[in-house]
Ligand binder design. Structure first.
Ligand SMILES: [Mg+2]
Length: 202
């Protein structure tokens, strides 16, 4: 089986980091809950759209190494490989932030992967199985090119796109239950995705 996985907010978790950096920069106060959507909504409600865009550049670039990994991702990928599946990371990510300092976002993400996607002291995925694409269209084309049987993403827009490959099963990763998609399977944890894909050995 070929399994494709999105990167930002599906493997890498930025909730705490957005909150931390926004607090440091005085963009929010302690009352804002420690998750990405709460930080974004708070800033938008105060007309700080440009600050929000710049904050994303800082979090995905300069501060990327502080991002967390979602619980269960490592086990999922390790078990998938162990049973003979092919696993790809396919992400839509621009090379540099839209505004603010020109951090190399692809390099930051690859470094994070080298430090975090470790299982039994070895890197789980070779770099040839990791794709960062500058546009959503190119991401969707890569999902097709990899022949994914399954693709896991936190963004409904990706999974419900007309360009999403017809032979690929879509799985929405939605830890906070933000969405309700009528025709798409949705899970809140990687542990649930493991059960669904038959990798649960408990
Ligand atoms: Mg994502």
């Amino acid at each position: 089986m070929r399994i494709g996985i999105d990167f930002d907010n599906t493997i890498a978790c930025y909730d705490e980091l957005f909150h931390k950096v926004a607090l440091e920069q005085g963009l929010i106060n302690n009352l804002t809950p420690a998750n990405k959507v709460a930080v974004r909504d708070h800033m938008r409600s105060r007309g700080q759209e440009a600050d929000w865009t710049e904050l994303q550049g800082v979090v995905y670039g300069k501060r990327m190494k502080e991002a967390a990994i979602f619980s269960g991702v490592l086990e999922f990928i390790a078990y998938a490989i162990e049973r003979g599946d092919e696993v790809y990371i396919i992400s839509h990510k621009t090379s540099h932030p839209v505004i603010g300092p020109r951090y190399d976002l692809h390099a930051a993400a690859r470094q994070w992967i080298e430090q975090n996607l470790i299982w039994d002291k070895a890197l789980l995925l070779p770099s040839e199985q990791i794709f960062f694409k500058p546009t959503r269209e190119e991401k969707l084309a890569q999902i097709e090119r990899c022949g994914c049987d399954l693709f896991i993403d936190d963004l409904p827009e990706v999974l419900t796109s007309a360009a999403f490959p017809r032979q690929t099963e879509a799985i929405l990763f939605d830890p906070e239950g933000h969405h309700r998609l009528p025709d798409t399977l949705s899970f809140a944890t990687w542990q649930e995705i493991m059960v669904y894909t038959g990798m649960d050995d408990s």
